[in-house]
Structure formats: structure tokens, C-alpha cells
Design a protein around this ligand. Sequence first.
Ligand SMILES: [Zn+2]
Length: 479
Amino acid sequence: MPRTGNSLTHPMWNTVRKFIYNFPELTYDGCRVRCTVCNVALICRRRRDCELHLNTKTHRNKRDGGPEKRRFYSDLCLALISCNIPFAILDRTAFIAFWKRYAECELPSRTSLRNCLSFAREDIERRIKSELNDKKLWLCVDETIDRKRQTVVNVMVRTMEPHRPSPAILLASKRFKKCSGNQILKVVLNSMSKLEISPQQIMMFVSEGDANMLSLAKSLKESANSNLLHITCKINDLNLVTQTIRKSYPRVNDLISSTKATLIKSLKRTRFHYKLSPDIPELPEPIITPQTTWLKSAIYYHRYFDHLKSIILKSDPEEAAITEKIHKILTDPHVKEDLQTIYNNYVELAEGIEKLQNVSISFADSVRILNDIHAQLNSIQGEKNKVVVEKFENVLNKNSDFHLLKLISEGATIEPLSSWRDYFEYANVTSLDVERSFSALKHVYTARRLKLSENTAETYLMLGIFEKSYPRDNGLAGS
Ligand SMILES: [Zn+2]
């Protein structure tokens, strides 16, 4: 930047030029610092002077068009994010024409709206703080792998209200190239401190049973609150039980994997199947995990075995190697027997998993479902089932405070359990909230949006989830 004559040169020239580049709204000609938004010359000799000006109400209102306009931008931001509509719609000619014809206010540019995202985020954070203030909380943390093979850690809480279930709120969604237990702990503690949650508010923690999560549970208990109860996700536990069943029935496993390949992967055969089976529902597709679907599939095959067999046997055995394999499996009389046994023994387990997917059921109902499954598994005779019962008992009680939760639900009279009962009335025993937030993330962090920064993706997700559960109109916290 050229200096403009010695007499006019800023006395702090050397100091100012070092920091002025950090403030894109300010210019410096070697003589005066000017604000391009307010169009005034400023006395800014230190970095702090610049920051003070940029934070003044006058400057912010001029930049954002005043509180009303900012509110409109912020609401538009929220509406687009909640409906998962990309901001690029603001550049579409058809949308601009529609807006011009019917809306009275001016449509903001994509850049203005993106700039407004930080205000929308501040607004939501303020509403989250007010919603969680001083309440007892349920915490759930989980990790997944995203499209770029990075680890994503999501942290969610629910308030533990007596008499009603409360929706989950996302506190953080962070990405890591490689993730350690320590990093996860940091994400949880940072997000809690940012949203003014004290560790003593956390009463229950749900996670998967892997080493990272167990060490997180231990650290959380040690760092703050020895009263915190930790359990592993019960759907995940039941999926481990299903895995044991799957291993005990290799013939059915073969049937499911080969029929899937035969019916689903070939379009020609799928059409043939639809044509001949108008009244049969489609094969179950993976919803939560392959294990859940495996048991559902086994029950589906038990129900429609004869029909599916007749269709598949009609197709040409020479067509593909897989068809030949399936011909062999379908004509094996033991397969039908196995399907009948699975149905007789484990249909309650499959139904129980289905019921637990309702995240609004009471804690007592969740315990009842698990107890019923346990009792039913115990009533089954036979060696094969012994392993299943062992697995069930092992996963349900391993590394877990589940027995204490059961005592609370049964009305324990020991303190402090007896005084906690109300808080746990709707305590969720699964990590489905976080699983669902991962599905939502897939819609945000799409193949076309891989450049989205961690912070923007987190903001989108946070706003989308919060706005759905706590819409502004219902008069909840915030204005
Ligand atoms: Zn200004």
C-alpha cells in the first residue's frame, strides 16, 4: 500500500498496516482508516480500536440493515435450512421472478444470507441456553464416518422432564481425521461450556459400548458428577443379540443374502417378482443396522417363503450362478424348519426392537419391553438358544448402570435414587436421536456440498434440528 506524502502519513503507519488486513470492512490508505460500511474516517491506532468500532450498534445496523432486516434474513435462513433447501435457490431466475411478483420485501442475495448465518446461530444458541437452563439433562454422544471418510462426533441432550418426553437438541457436530477418546471428551466439555451447561446437570449418558465411549463415560463421571448414570444403547445391545442368532442359523443367512442378490439386484427379476406378487410387501431394507434388518428379513421369509420359492424356482437356473445357489437353498427342507424356529423364538425380539425405536415411550415401558424379551428368551428350550440368552444377559448388564435405572423405575426407596424417579420418567434408553442426526447430516453434507466447512455444516444441523423441535411460534424460549 503506497504512503501518501509524509505530512499526512498516519503516525502509527507501521503498526496499523500489520492488523488492518484482518478487517475487510475497513480500508487504510496510509493516512486514514475508513469504514466502508459507515463511510466515515476512524481513529484506529490499535487492533482493539477497530474491533470496538465494528461492534458498535450503529455499524452493525448499517451492515445488516437494522434489526428488522436482520430478523427477516435470520428467519429466512432458518426456514430454508429446516426445509433443507439450498441457499442457491436465491440465484434461480424462476424463484427470483416469483418473489418479485408476490413478496413485498427485497429478496436477499445468497452472500447476505450466508453472512447472516452467524446471527441465526447466535439466536439459536441463546434459545438453547434458555431451554436448558438449570434443567436436569440426558446426554448422548456417538460417532460415525462421513462422505470424506472423516469421523464425525455428534453430541445431543434432552431435558429430563417429568410427565412428558422432550425432543433432543444438538449441541455439537465436529469432524476429525482420526478421533481419540480425549478428543471426544473435549468436544463434549467444550460444547457444554459454550452453552452454559454445568456437568452437574447431566444425570444420564447413553452411548454405544466401544472403548472410546466407555472411557468418555468414565471421564464424565470423574470430571464432574459421580451421580451420572451411564448405559449403552439398548437397540445396539439387542442388535448384538441378533448377531448371535444370525451366526446360529447359517442356512437362513445364506437364504437372505442370496435372495436379496437375486431379487433386488436384478431389475428384470424385481419386475418379475412385482408382477407375480402384487399383495406381498417389499423385502425389508436396512433402516438402523444390518442386524435389525436381518431378523426382520428372516421373519419376512418365514411369512412368504412358499410364494417366494415358487417365483424364484420359475426363473431360469442357468441365468446366473447366484440363482443356481438359491435353487439349492430353497429346496433344502431344513431352511423352512429354521425359519419356523426363528419365527417361534424371536418374533418378540424383533417386535421389541421395533417398539424401542419410538423415542417417546416412557422409561418404564422400555424396561418392560426388555424384561419381556428376556423372559421370552429364557422360556425357549434348546442348546442354540442358550448362547442367545447368555449374550442378552451379558450385553444388557455389561459396563452399565442399567440395574440402577431399573431400581429407579421400580420405585427404589434408597436415596438418591428415590428422589430421581420423576426425572427418569421418559429417559430414553437408545442413541437413536444421534443416529437420526447422522442421517440429517447426510442431507446437509451432500456430495455436492463437500466444501461446506465444519462450522457451517454444524450450524445447519443445529438450526434444522432445534427449529423442528422448538418452533418459534409455540412461545418457547427466545423471542
Ligand atoms: Zn462502520
